[in-house]
Design a protein around this ligand. Structure first.
Ligand code: GDP
Ligand code: IMO
Ligand code: MG
Length: 428
């Protein structure tokens, strides 16, 4: 089997898009299986930058089939906007498939996302306000509307009518708002979307299954990151899906034994967007230097990302809950120019040393990082092609990460472009 899952190992934005695009040149199929257009994956080819949110990062390769799986929450407007941009750039978009089982995001989901955040006040999650949480809420409540419903105008009308009534009740009686949703407006808008997406809709589980059975190369594209997982992340400051490797089986409709390797995409330091505890966060000039050197501003919302040193407690946790078989270490060039670089090897809570990432956020917010200090490097590494040619201190940094996490670093990224990639071992 030639199937590889690409997983965000921290809080998202680790550089998954770059790795997928790089590996997709050899892939027959790329599958997105969870989340929605809360994701922002950046691909850089030559001097051209592409920001993808819902469309899989294999789309720049004309021979790759790009699948939006059943686990996705699908915003048709977001999808069509993205599609138009790609068409404007003369990208072939005919190889996109959308699962007929994916759930559809409606305007009321986005509005409820914003209203819930407002109601949370200082406990807000810092969501992307794309309607992700409310759409998954409808899914688990068993009242969601799926792509297959949208494809039949009568079934769609009846289901939408019930939902608009329910959401208007919620907005009026709980949130005390007067601006209500209009059934006919949403219905007509979404019928237009339905006509535009119809040609892409398919039973994607069948396509993925057959591709694997035929020995084709299949890449599973993670969105978000392990610590944003609904079960294993920093709950409640998480997203509403399962960005860990286990999420791929459900979200693409295949058995878990059909995923062979799991590559953890790991940033050389740590970032997070949104709220919640962050043990190695640097609220000082070093954090600012990382933010500037790494251009750490969100691809989806433009928000400044919070930055801190590499946290091996998180990455070890990620290796465990995802079953990582390999690591791709990203944005190493961003650490150029620091005299010393720190790696967090454990947490200290009072007089207790913690090595396994804790469940309780109250505990986590009391944790202090225990650091090991390494010497930095000043050489420009953005054009280096071989591991051996990296500065000694950069090699020591990578070796230290491997030693602590216990997973081999097989790919190293030293810049956003495809060409700025060091391969130590071919994994796909
Ligand atoms: P994703 O959500 O995991 O796909 O990551 P994002 O695209 O949101 O954020 C990663 C950012 O880092 C993007 O702007 C990439 O172009 C950029 N990037 C990826 N790899 C590297 C790298 O090795 N060095 C630098 N400097 N930038 C990189
Ligand atoms: P990619 O795929 C980073 C974060 C939001 C917020 C929390 C919940 O680009 O790595 P949501 O809108 O999902 O309900 O927000 O999750 N978040 C991400 N952070 N990268 C992402 O995706 C994210 N997708 C969601 O900032 O804290
Ligand atoms: Mg991103």
């Amino acid at each position: 089997m030639k199937t590889v899952a690409i997983i965000g190992s921290q809080w998202g934005d680790e550089g998954k898009g770059k790795v997928i695009d790089y590996l997709a040149r050899k892939a027959d199929v790329v599958v997105r299986a969870q989340g929605g257009n809360n994701a922002g994956h950046t691909l850089v080819v030559g001097d051209k930058k592409y920001a993808l949110h819902l469309i899989p990062s294999g789309v720049l390769n004309p021979n790759t089939i790009n699948i939006i799986g059943n686990g996705i929450v699908f915003d048709p407007k977001g999808f069509l906007d993205e599609l138009e941009k790609l068409k404007d750039d003369n990208i072939d978009v005919s190889n996109i498939k959308i699962s007929d089982r994916a759930h559809v995001i409606f305007p009321y989901h986005k509005e409820l996302d914003a209203l819930a955040e407002e109601a949370r006040g200082e406990n807000k999650i810092g969501t992307t306000k794309k309607g992700i949480g409310p759409c998954y809420m409808d899914k688990t409540e068993r009242s969601g509307i799926r792509i297959c419903d949208l494809m039949d105008k009568d079934i769609f009308y009846n289901k939408l009518k019930l939902q608009v009534e329910a959401k208007n009740n919620l907005v009026k009686n709980i949130y005390k708002k007067d601006e209500l949703f209009d059934l006919e407006t949403i219905y007509n808008e979404y019928l237009e979307y339905a006509d535009k997406i119809r040609e892409y809709v398919d039973d994607t589980s069948v396509i993925v299954y057959n591709a694997i059975k035929e020995g084709k190369k299949v890449l599973f594209e993670g969105a978000q990151g392990t610590l944003l997982d609904l079960d294993l992340g920093t709950y409640p400051f998480v997203t509403s899906s399962h960005p860990i490797s286990g999420g791929f089986a459900i979200g693409s409709g295949i058995g878990p034994n059909m995923i062979k390797d799991v590559i953890g995409i790991v940033k050389s330091y740590t970032t997070r967007v949104g709220e919640g505890p962050f043990v190695t966060e640097l609220n000082d000039e070093i954090g600012e230097q990382i933010r500037v050197q790494g251009n750490e501003f969100g691809t989806t919302t433009g928000r400044a990302r919070r930055c801190g040193w590499f946290d091996s407690v998180i990455v070890k946790y990620s290796a465990r809950v995802n079953g990582l078989t390999s690591i791709s270490l990203m944005l190493l060039d961003v650490l150029t120019g620091f005299d010393t670089i720190k790696i967090c090897t454990a947490y200290k809570m009072g007089d207790k040393i913690i090595k396994d990432f804790p469940a309780s956020l109250e505990d986590l917010s009391k944790c202090e990082p225990v650091y090991e200090e390494l010497q930095g490097w000043n050489e420009d590494i953005t054009n280096i092609e071989k591991f051996e040619d990296l500065p000694e201190n950069a090699k020591k940094y990578i070796n230290k990460i491997e030693e602590i996490v216990g997973v081999s670093v097989d790919m190293i990224s030293v810049g956003p472009k495809r060409t700025q990639t060091i391969i130590r071992k071919n994994i796909f």
